[in-house]
Ligand binder design. Structure first.
Ligand SMILES: *Cc1c(COP(=O)(O)O)cnc(C)c1O
Length: 421
């Protein structure tokens, strides 16, 4: 099906209905002014050309209206987060009342654990994947300590079998058989930032719920990449950031999903703030806290509008492209990358990401035997922006919104020359 030639890659680009979206982004360039091959959308997405326009509008409204902008800006600041809801909900497959954009990712993870990690004497453990992202691990460890538990004992790891890189669902089942009744929360990064493995959300959620555990996902590497279908798949909560695949700018806000089944549970413990209070009476300033039903009820502060404007600029592109179309292209684009890597026929190279497209997003994690960081530097010198993980893995993430088949072809041919030099 795929062919190993530049002409083939160019033909795929010419036929790609999403190809035009590349034009909507700004690309870092080499000193000669040629765009670099940017495969780091899993770390920091590129800037949409429209972002500065969206920001300028808010700066203008602020300059001309001052505080009145809260109600009179072109996009009034008071309900600003609501302008992001529909597109965000579509991207993660949720109902509108199940998502809200707020805070940073790790802060959101803590807020979700305040509500969904409720340890008891017999059920207090947290299960994460062995190679969880460091921030997530620090967050769960500190939650365990906060509740008086020793992470050494309270933290369980779903890990790959000896000598392997990927986690198997069957091993999770076995762990739950033994430990299920003692686990309060299962929290998994999805997709895994290191291996690119996409864990089956529904199967894991059903399994966890069967044993009475709460189930949450960190979609930092999943949002805008895979189709998590959160409402249907049913986890209790999810968190994510918007600066990776969602292209909203460095350090931009995160998002949360809280499943509708928890929307009206006012008894659920939470840390509250005025932005989670009933919108009608928020400014009376005197009322007892009256929580907004659904995800909005977890908001704390009035949000940074400039950051939200950048998110709007990006989400407008996602809405225009359609997440299902993006996923479809992504499977082809990453499949092409895998095909070309296979064609290299170089026994030093192993792709540790799963082969099955249903078990991965756009990223491939390429292990290169007997290499060091010098390989990554050489790639940079030939105009490829990728990501290096010690000891020997290059992570490359061709994103369907702005990368091309030709770039994938070029990347592999540059990698080949480096390996053969
Ligand atoms: C990127 C990423 C983070 C980053 O957390 P911030 O709070 O946004 O700094 C956390 N967890 C995972 C899994 C990530 O991929």
């Amino acid at each position: 099906m795929y062919q190993n030639s530049l002409e083939y890659a160019q033909k795929c680009d010419a036929q790609d209905p999403l190809g035009k979206f590349r034009e909507s982004f700004l690309f870092p360039k080499d000193p000669m002014g040629n765009p670099l091959i940017y495969f780091c959308g899993n770390s920091l997405g590129l800037q949409p050309k429209k972002t500065s326009e969206y920001l300028q509008q808010e700066l203008k409204d602020w300059a001309e209206l001052g505080v009145e902008g809260h109600t009179d800006a072109q996009h009034p600041w008071m309900p600003y987060h609501e302008f992001l809801t529909r597109a965000m909900a579509q991207i993660v497959g949720a109902k509108n009342n199940e998502v809200v954009i707020m805070n940073g990712l790790t802060a959101n993870l803590h807020l979700m654990m305040v509500s969904f990690y409720q340890p008891t004497a017999s059920r207090y453990k947290i299960l994460i994947e062995k190679d969880a992202f460091p921030s997530d691990k620090y967050a769960v460890e500190s939650q365990l300590k906060f509740h008086g538990y020793d992470p050494e004992e309270g933290l369980l790891f779903w890990e790959p079998q000896k000598g392997q890189e990927l986690c198997h669902f069957e091993d999770l089942e076995k762990m739950l058989e033994v430990e299920g009744e003692s686990i309060a929360l299962i929290l998994l990064g999805n997709t895994n930032y290191y291996t690119g493995q996409y864990y089956p959300i529904k199967k894991i959620t059903v399994l966890g719920h069967q044993y009475g555990c709460k189930v949450g996902f960190d979609l930092a590497h999943g949002v805008g990449n895979i189709l998590p279908n959160l409402h249907e798949n049913g986890p209790d909560f999810a968190v994510w950031c918007t600066y990776k695949y969602l292209n909203s700018g460095p350090g931009s806000l995160g998002g949360i999903f809280v499943h509708e089944r928890h929307a009206h549970n006012a008894k659920l413990k939470r840390f509250a703030g005025w932005w989670g209070h009933n919108k009608q009476t928020r400014f009376n300033m005197r009322h007892e806290f009256e929580v907004i039903p659904g995800a909005e009820g977890w908001q704390l502060s009035n949000p940074p509008i400039l950051s939200m404007a950048a998110i709007r600029a990006s989400l407008d592109l996602f809405e225009a492209a359609g997440m299902e179309n993006l996923r479809k292209k992504s499977i082809q684009l990453t499949g092409f990358l895998e095909f070309l890597l296979d064609e290299l026929n170089d026994e030093r190279i192993t792709v540790i990401t799963p082969k099955n497209p249903e078990e991965r997003g756009c990223q491939l994690s390429i292990q290169v035997k007997n290499t060091n960081k010098g390989l990554h530097q050489k790639l940079s010198q030939v105009g490829v922006i990728s990501d290096w993980r010690e000891p020997d893995v290059i992570r490359v993430a061709p994103t369907p919104l702005y990368n091309t088949f030709e770039e994938v072809y070029e990347f592999v041919s540059r990698l080949k020359s480096i390996l053969n030099s």
